[in-house]
Design a protein around this ligand. Structure first.
Ligand code: ATP
Length: 235
């Protein structure tokens, strides 16, 4: 069997200027899990995800995905689909054409069947033929998720995918992520809302001030009570 999709050990990041955004983070994501990385704004979630995607280098620690080291340009990144920096779409092109353009730019092997699969899971329906300029925020988010899902990577990494969505859209997003993981794939998703993570995820890692302050099942985290602090912190 495959190694765990993700093992993070002692990960730290001090930005130029001396600010330590991540101060020794250790956690693991198991195959088929939907893991929520929960914490208030500024907790360091995005910094962890950017290191995971090889966008910035850690100051210390290691990241291992499927048994292989992760860093800028690491081959194993091909097994991970990510939506970390909100992707810019071209408003005059359709959703489908934006995704086609994205493949062409990344050179990732993908086919029309891959496109159909990703769009189907993301639940965009016929609106995928419409210009992105006409999309609601929720549809843009779905398109971004579909982009991250192209080729059905073994692990999906999403930074606050429900940001700016209303409750029905958040519910729909949850269904999208559950459907993705139901195929035996793994999802790592960040959020600053306990309620959201509670309903979407099997397992939760809570970050605060650059550290992991809780790690457990959704039930454990809620029973522990500590996580309630974070919803208070969130805007
Ligand atoms: P958010 O939900 O706001 O993205 P987060 O938990 O993802 O929160 P990060 O974006 O990782 O948090 O930021 C953690 C801290 O690091 C914040 O205080 C932020 O101001 C700081 N930070 C982020 N990027 C840089 C940078 N390039 N240089 C210096 N400090 C940074």
């Amino acid at each position: 069997p495959d190694a765990d999709p993700l093992v993070i050990e002692g990960l730290a990041k001090t930005y130029r200027g001396g600010f330590s955004a991540v101060k020794g983070v250790t956690f693991r994501v198991r195959s088929g899990q939907v893991l929520g990385l929960l914490g208030p704004n500024g907790a360091g979630k995005t910094t962890v995800l950017r290191m995971l995607m090889g966008l910035i280098r850690p100051t210390a620690g290691t990241i291992t995905a499927f048994g292989q080291p992760v860093g800028p340009g690491a081959p194993v990144l091909a097994r991970i689909g990510a939506f970390v920096e909100g992707p810019g779409f071209l408003p005059h092109l359709s959703g489908a054409d934006n995704l086609r353009l994205y493949w062409a730019a990344t050179g990732r092997p993908a086919t029309e069947a891959h496109l159909d699969e990703a769009l189907e899971i993301a639940g965009l329906g016929p609106s995928v033929q419409r210009r992105v300029g006409t999309y609601s925020q929720g549809m843009r988010q779905r398109l971004a998720i579909a982009q991250a899902m192209l080729g059905l990577p073994d692990m999906l990494v999403l930074d606050e995918p429900t940001n700016g969505l209303d409750p029905p859209q958040i519910h729909a997003m949850r269904e999208v992520l559950r459907r993705y993981a139901a195929g035996g794939r793994t999802v790592l998703v960040s959020s600053h809302l306990l309620a959201e993570v509670e309903q979407t995820c099997d397992h939760v890692v809570v970050m605060h001030h650059g550290r992991v302050v809780a790690d457990g099942s959704v039930e454990d985290i809620i029973a522990g009570g500590g996580a309630a602090t974070f919803t208070v912190d969130a805007p």
